[in-house]
Design a protein around this ligand. Structure first.
Ligand SMILES: Nc1ncnc2c1ncn2[C@@H]1O[C@H](COP(=O)(O)OP(=O)(O)OP(=O)(O)O)[C@@H](O)[C@H]1O
Ligand SMILES: [Mg+2]
Length: 314
């Protein structure tokens, strides 16, 4: 049922051959995420694997700016370990009951259909609550007992009791670390309950170092030449520096270029390679058309500076 996977082999990072991690032998379960190219960073990988190996009663809270690779990190690790995942995107009106399940009319009779939480607890799957900080904290309080290994009781379903499977794992992702969003840029982020947060271990996923982001870009959009890749990453990092939500104090931009945005810029540059200035045309469509006009100009000026002669000629 379970199988040991070699860390070096499965994740493509240097690690002693004897280092393994336990996953599932059955690779046919439909809830196993689809494997995609992903460049693993050593530290977050180590943290997630340690958590999956033995959570010691904790959940895992992955925090970091938008589009930095939080959700995909968990999904891609699970994909390689054949670990089924239920991924839910939270919002302000999501209730614990939605996660537990509800009665649904099936062929003329009402039957109880278990939700993602009940299924994960019962079958030993990973439950990812994406953007957990958008959820009403009082709805989440019900997770406290389950994290501690208490059975899930479902009064609506005749008091059904589900004992947590030893492979059940709860992962949350959020742009805030649960304490609210001081920048005010992430709409709808709520300060979470301390008692719940106290049950999570944290990892922070920032935007990757340039060398790593280069590897991500090379793998995802291989048609972009290395010299252009390097400049695109420089532009992304300049934009990040000027972003008001950044670490380096108040900036002038209210949009930023995430890894997601950068990959989109690259893919669109390839798609529009016939356009007079494919880089600029793609940058608009990837990011700057949703920036305020003067911010758009500022970003294009940064790009023109970084690319120099390549800007109009690419
Ligand atoms: N290390 C990486 N290797 C390959 N692709 C990556 C990597 N990091 C990020 N990406 C890609 O960047 C995109 C955004 O990643 P993801 O959705 O995981 O971000 P996120 O941090 O969860 O964002 P949000 O805060 O908006 O939920 C995805 O397409 C993902 O595949
Ligand atoms: Mg995400």
């Amino acid at each position: 049922m379970y199988q040991a996977f070699s860390i070096a082999q499965v994740f493509g990072i240097p690690a002693p051959a004897r280092m393994t991690v336990e996953g599932f032998a059955d690779d046919s379960y439909p809830k196993i995420p689809v494997q995609r190219d992903y460049v693993f960073r050593k530290e977050p990988l180590r943290d997630v694997l340690a958590f999956l190996g033995n959570p010691h009663g904790d959940g895992l809270y992955v925090t970091g700016p938008t589009g930095s690779g939080k959700t995909s990190l968990i999904m891609q690790i699970a994909a390689r370990l054949n670990w089924p995942v239920h991924a839910v995107t939270c919002h302000g009106r999501l209730e614990l009951g939605d996660l537990i399940g509800q009665f649904t009319l099936v062929e003329g009779t009402m039957i109880f259909v278990h939700g993602p939480l009940s299924q994960s607890v019962r079958d030993g799957h990973v439950l990812i609550l994406n953007e957990i900080d958008l959820m009403d904290p009082s709805e989440l309080a019900g997770l406290n007992d389950i994290l501690e290994g208490q059975p899930l009781v479902i009064p609506q379903n005749g008091g059904e009791v589900i004992r947590p499977h030893p492979k059940f794992r709860l992962v949350a992702t959020g742009n805030s670390a649960g304490g609210g969003d001081p920048s005010g840029l992430y709409q709808g982020v709520l300060r979470q309950n301390l008692a719940l947060l106290d049950r999570f271990r944290l990892i922070e996923i920032g935007y990757p170092e340039p060398e790593l982001e280069d590897a991500v870009l090379a793998k995802t959009v291989p048609a972009i030449p290395a010299a252009i890749r390097e400049k695109m990453i420089r532009v992304a990092n300049e934009v990040r520096k000027l972003f008001v939500g950044g670490d380096e104090g108040p900036g002038m931009l209210s949009v930023t270029m995430s890894t997601r945005g950068l990959l989109r810029w690259a893919a669109l540059t390839v798609a529009f390679k016939g356009a007079p200035n494919a880089l600029e045309y793609a940058l608009d469509r990837a990011l700057t058309l949703r920036a305020e006009p003067e911010q758009r100009l500022a970003i294009h000026r940064i790009a023109a500076d970084v690319f120099g002669d390549d800007w109009r000629g690419a």
